[in-house]
Design a protein around this ligand. Structure first.
Ligand code: IPE
Ligand code: IPE
Ligand code: MG
Length: 254
């Protein structure tokens, strides 16, 4: 039997922040109160990722399917994000965070599109955590728009060409995808990029997702063996080959 080869810290962490509505419902609050709490928890989570030296955090904030919600919830979410974009940028800058908005912007208001571009521009020189906010994002939209771009360029549609045209081409694929809120589904998130991600589902609702829950998810990730199609024995022999030769300790008293 080979010892499993355990993973290091995840470089790219992606989160489906689900459960805001149920969190509010349990407290007899309107759903939007859950989304507000969700923003506070995201702020805290970004700091926790910075402290843990995670390279990239990608969060699912509004899906292409979320337009199907009641009008007041959709407009509440738009207002909340528009306000958060302006109020959070200073702190993100201070923490060295580089912000990207990922998704189809064409359906968003002109004011929102400008707010996104301004926030991206003002954090563009930051070199710390990359924070991708997926807003009006869907994995199927992403694959279709990438295929369209490649087709228009006249190149053959290869995996590499598609990869370079996808909305997350600026970061490597996620190592770990967490979904809060207890549902065991992907809901059109990172369909292409999560091909080899480790998945972690927790019953905790997003507004309850604290540092301890993050550390638990990371610990679960680190206990997994990522084989990428190979066998455990192959992984162990690769590690053995790259192990540095044992250093010779000087003998005491010589
Ligand atoms: C996730 O929480 C946030 C968004 C989809 C915008 P939900 O609003 O889906 O919360 P639940 O799943 O209804 O509890
Ligand atoms: C997924 O949550 C989308 C976001 C967290 C933004 P949903 O609550 O929309 O997912 P479904 O509808 O339960 O699959
Ligand atoms: Mg939900």
């Amino acid at each position: 039997m080979t010892t499993p080869v355990l993973s290091n810290m995840p470089f790219h962490l992606a989160i489906v922040m689900d459960g805001n509505g149920r969190w509010a419902g349990k407290r007899f609050l309107p759903r939007i109160a859950g989304h507000k709490k969700g923003v506070t928890v995201l702020r805290r989570c970004v700091k926790a990722c910075v402290a843990r030296r995670i390279g990239v955090l990608t969060v699912f904030a509004f899906s292409s399917e979320n337009w199907n919600r009641p009008d007041d919830e959709v407009s509440g979410l738009m207002d909340l994000l528009a306000r958060a974009v302006t109020s959070e940028v200073a702190e993100l800058k201070q923490n060295g965070v580089r912000l990207y908005f990922v998704g189809d912007r064409l359906r968003l208001s002109a004011a929102m599109q400008t707010a996104f571009s301004n926030a991206e521009a003002s954090t563009a020189s930051n070199t710390g955590l990359v924070l991708n906010i997926c807003f009006n994002y869907g994995g199927r939209w992403d694959i279709a728009q990438a295929a369209q771009k490649v087709a228009e360029s006249g190149q053959p549609i290869t995996e590499l060409a598609l990869d370079r045209a996808l909305a997350l081409a600026h970061v490597p694929d996620p190592d770990l995808v967490i979904r809060t809120g207890g549902e065991l589904r992907i809901s059109n998130f990172l369909l292409w990029q999560a091909a080899y991600a480790e998945l972690h589902f927790t019953d905790k609702l997003w507004p309850e997702f604290d540092d301890a829950a993050l550390d638990e998810a990371i610990a679960v990730f680190r206990s997994r063996e990522r084989r990428f199609g190979q066998t455990s024995a192959q992984l162990a022999s690769i590690i053995e080959k790259h192990r540095p030769a044992e250093s010779v300790q000087p003998t005491e008293g010589v």
